[in-house]
Design a protein around this ligand. Structure first.
Ligand code: ZN
Length: 442
C-alpha cells in the first residue's frame, strides 16, 4: 500500500513537472570547450595553467591541456582563472538584512510571505551572479516553507538561482526567539518553529521534513555574555570567554538529532558560545554555525566526530558596530573572540565550510567578501577557497556533484580575473558563471 501511494505521488509529480516551463539548458549532446588561462580545481593547493574544460550537457567530460578543436563551440577564458562554482553554506534568501532588531521585526510584521518570497527570488539571482552556484539556506525567519518553493522553482527553471539545500523554519524553545517584547495581549509571529520537550521537538522535525526540509536547523543558545576564564578555558580574549543561556536540554537536542538522522537529514546548530556549542557537539549535530567561542575540548569532539565549523566571521564584523550603537557593546568583543576561535580551529584541523549569513546583511554585498577575513584568522588562501568549494560540498553531501572541477561532476564553473590564491579579493569580481552546463553570466 505504501509503495503504491509513493508510486502514485511520483507519477503525479512527473506529470506536474511536464507542465512546468523547461529550464534553459543545453541539448544533452552539446559540447562546449572552456579555454581557461588557469584553473583551481577545488581540491589542490595550486593553479594549473592553460587548461581546456570539455563540458557535455550538464557535466564536465574532460579536463586537459589539449587545445580545443578549431570548429568547436569555444568560450575563451584564457585571461581568467576558472574555479568550481562557489558554495555558501549559511544564507537567508528570505531575509533582507537585520543589523538591528527593528530591521528584523519590520520584515515579519509588515511584509507578507508572498512579498518576501518575491524578494527572495532577487537574492537567489544575486547569489548566482556573484558566482555562488550552490547554497544551503538556513531558515526562512518567519516565512514558513517559502524556501522549499524557491528551491523547487529554481530546479524547474522558473527563476534563476543557485542549487539550494533548505532548512525551512528552524527550531527553538518557547521564549527564546524574536519577535519578543511586544504587548503580551498580542499574538506576534516568531522567526522559528517553537517546540518544547523531546516528543514535541521530534514531531516538529517530522513536520519540517514532510514539508520539504533538506536540513534541520536548531538554535542551541542565546543571550551571550563574557565571563572570566578559568584554568580550562583556553582561547580567552582579555581573560574572558563567551558564555550563553542554553535553549534546549540535552535530551531535547538528542531527540531532534536522532529524528533528523533517522530520516537521513543532517542537523545545523546555531551555537555561539560555551554551553550551547558543548550541548550541540555532545548531541551529535553535523555543523556548528557561528561558533564565536568554542572550548578546546569541544573542538576536539568536533574533530573526532567530523563536525563542521561554519565561522560567519564577516557578519560579526559587519553587525558589531550597529549592535554596539544600539546598546550591545558585547558584539565588538565577540568579533575578537570569534577570530581567535577560528585560528584555534584551523590549527586543530577541524573541518571548516564557508558560510556568510548573508540576509543577516544586505544581499547587495557580495558574499565573497568574507574570504579576506578567513585568511586574516589563520587560513591559507587555498584553504579558504576549499572551504567554499570541496569542503562545503562535503558538508552538504554533494561532493559527488559539485565543489570540484573533475570529469563526471556537474559543470558549475566560474572565472575570475587574476590569481585568487595571490589575491582572494578577485573572487568578488566573478566575470563568468556556468551552472549545470548553462552559461548564466558572461
Ligand atoms: Zn543565520
Amino acid at each position: 500500500m505504501r509503495f503504491i501511494t509513493t508510486l502514485l505521488t511520483a507519477l503525479v509529480l512527473a506529470g506536474s513537472a511536464l507542465a512546468q516551463p523547461k529550464p534553459v539548458q543545453p541539448a544533452p549532446s552539446a559540447i562546449t570547450y572552456l579555454r581557461c588561462g588557469a584553473l583551481f580545481d577545488g581540491k589542490g593547493d595550486q593553479l594549473r595553467r592553460d587548461v581546456t574544460i570539455v563540458v557535455e550537457g550538464e557535466h564536465i567530460r574532460e579536463i586537459s591541456g589539449a587545445a580545443p578543436p578549431a570548429d568547436g563551440n569555444i568560450i575563451d577564458l584564457s585571461r581568467m582563472t576558472c574555479l568550481p562554482g562557489l558554495i555558501d553554506v549559511h544564507t537567508h534568501v528570505l531575509l533582507q538584512g537585520d543589523i538591528t532588531a527593528e530591521d528584523y521585526d519590520v520584515q515579519l510584521l509588515k511584509q507578507s510571505v508572498a512579498y518576501r518570497a518575491i524578494q527572495a527570488t532577487v537574492s537567489a539571482r544575486r547569489a548566482l551572479e556573484y558566482g555562488f552556484t550552490t547554497i544551503r539556506d538556513l531558515e526562512t525567519e518567519g516565512a514558513g516553507y517559502a524556501d522549499v518553493d524557491l528551491r523547487n522553482a529554481i530546479n524547474r527553471g522558473i527563476v534563476p538561482g543557485p542549487r539550494m539545500k533548505v532548512a525551512t523554519r528552524a527550531l527553538d524553545v518557547t521564549g527564546a526567539y524574536p519577535l519578543q517584547g511586544y504587548n503580551w495581549q498580542l499574538d506576534v509571529p516568531h522567526g522559528v518553529q517553537l517546540c518544547d520537550g523531546p516528543d514535541d521537538c521530534r514531531k516538529a522535525v517530522r513536520e519540517q521534513i514532510s514539508h520539504g526540509a533538506d536540513w534541520i536547523k536548531v538554535y542551541v543558545d542565546r543571550s551571550y555574555y563574557f565571563q572570566a576564564a578559568s584554568g580550562t578555558h583556553l582561547g580567552a580574549v582579555n581573560g574572558q570567554i563567551l558564555n550563553d543561556i542554553p535553549t534546549f536540554t540535552l535530551d531535547e537536542l538528542r531527540a531532534i538529532v536522532d529524528e533528523a538522522h533517522r530520516q537521513r537529514r543532517p542537523v545545523a546548530a546555531h551555537a555561539m558560545a560555551l554551553q550551547g556549542v558543548h550541548n550541540a557537539v555532545e548531541a551529535g549535530v553535523d555543523s556548528i554555525e557561528h561558533g564565536d567561542y568554542i572550548a578546546p575540548e569541544d573542538l576536539q569532539t568536533m574533530l573526532r566526530k567530523g563536525i563542521f565549523y561554519v565561522p560567519t566571521i564577516f557578519v560579526g564584523e559587519y553587525v558589531a558596530e550597529g549592535r554596539a550603537r544600539a546598546g550591545a557593546p558585547v558584539w565588538l568583543d565577540m568579533v575578537k573572540i570569534n577570530g581567535e576561535t577560528l585560528r584555534r580551529a584551523v590549527a586543530a584541523g577541524v573541518k571548516i565550510a564557508y558560510g556568510t549569513d548573508v540576509g543577516g546583511f544586505d544581499w547587495g554585498i557580495n558574499m565573497a567578501v568574507q574570504f579576506p577575513s578567513m585568511i586574516k584568522y589563520g587560513m591559507s588562501p587555498a584553504q579558504a577557497l576549499r572551504s567554499a568549494t570541496s569542503s562545503a560540498a562535503e558538508l552538504l553531501r554533494m561532493q559527488d556533484q559539485v565543489g570540484s572541477l573533475e570529469p563526471g561532476k556537474l559543470a558549475d564553473i566560474i572565472a575570475v580575473p587574476g590569481d585568487p590564491l595571490a589575491d582572494v579579493t578577485v573572487l568578488q569580481k566573478v566575470g563568468f558563471v556556468m551552472k549545470g552546463g548553462a552559461v548564466f553570466r558572461k
